[in-house]
Design a protein around this ligand. Structure first.
Ligand code: BV8
Ligand code: ZN
Length: 246
């Protein structure tokens, strides 16, 4: 395998950094076998329109179809494990004095790789809540293809995921925004940085003087403000950890 080279200034900056924000998206889980959202061939949105499935209006119109799409995604996770990129992120967290991991992903691969408390901005694929009264509802076997009813109010069960047009949960968002404002370095990994307000985090950090480092095989809208490490995270991140802390 070809050796990955890093700028000496980047290695020094990471060695000296106190506060680092690690911001991840679907690309970090791609090498675990999960499709990203916006890949034109394989992406989840290549086959489905977000407004047909990931909105409160879609669920109100056709709850069974939306529910079945999430059950299908839950089944897809059954054999999925963290990849070397997730493990390298957990290693970074252990090495850095103050690292905050913020993810847009609804999977639990960061947790399975040993990251103690990732901040989930877009919710959790395996959690449920009542669409009417909001109460937490238990996990459901992935083959159940109609949404169960809430035992408190009779409302429909829905995944505990932030859909388009819904506000992000306040506490995680505030913690993420604070980490962005305080960070000296942001690692933006495997995200197209197109979904707001999450995509504003690296930009906020850049405005307050942080170095933005992007890990992505493809260009994104962050390219102009980032130091770009072009390649898959499962290859780049372990090499980066080994270069900074040999
Ligand atoms: C809200 C969950 C208000 C479903 C998701 C400002 C400007 C423009 C629009 C808006 C704006 N502010 C708000 C909006 C509207 C909207 C929005 O952002 N629209 C965009 C798309 C135009 N935002 C919202 O609606 C948000 N809500 O603002 O509410 C409000 C306020 C108060 C009160 C009420 C309302 C809610 C956002 C909802 C987010 N939920 N879906 C589900 O999971 O089922 S978004 C979905 O996108 C996922 O959650 C995902 O995490 C997220 C981000 O995508 P990425 O992770 O970046 O994935 P993507 O496929 O795009 O990219 C993958 C990248 O990986 C690529 O770059 C690829 O090159 C790279 N890659 C591939 N392989 C690898 C790799 N990288 C590294 N290694 C590899 N091997
Ligand atoms: Zn209820």
């Amino acid at each position: 395998m070809a050796v990955v080279e890093f700028a000496p200034q980047l290695i020094e900056a990471l060695r000296a950094a106190e506060r680092v924000l690690i911001f991840t998206g679907a690309g970090v889980s791609a090498e675990s076998g999960l499709p990203t959202f916006r890949d034109p061939q394989q992406g989840l949105w290549a086959k489905f329109r977000p407004e047909d499935l990931a909105t409160p209006e879609a669920f109100a119109r056709d709850p069974e179809t939306v529910w079945r799409w999430y059950q299908w995604r839950r089944r897809m996770h059954a054999d999925v494990a963290p990849n070397p990129g997730h493990h390298a992120i957990a290693a970074l967290e252990a090495r850095l004095p103050q690292a905050t991991l913020v993810t847009q992903n609804v999977d639990r691969l960061h947790e399975l790789a040993g990251s103690a408390a990732p901040i989930h901005l877009h919710g959790h694929l395996f959690r449920n809540r009542c669409a009417d009264c909001g109460i937490a509802m238990p996990e459901v076997a992935p083959e159940i293809d109609t949404p169960p009813l809430c035992t408190s109010c009779g409302g429909l069960c829905r995944p505990d995921i932030v859909w388009f047009g819904e506000g992000l949960p306040a506490e995680p968002w505030e913690a993420a925004a604070r980490a962005a404002q305080e960070a000296e370095i942001v690692l933006s990994i495997g995200t197209s940085a197109t979904v707001h307000p999450a995509a504003e985090l690296p930009r906020m950090a850049h405005r307050t003087g942080a170095l933005v480092v992007q890990v992505n095989p493809q260009p994104t809208r962050l390219d102009p403000i980032a130091h770009n490490l072009r390649g898959p995270s499962a290859k780049i991140l372990p090499a980066l950890v080994a270069a900074v802390w040999p």
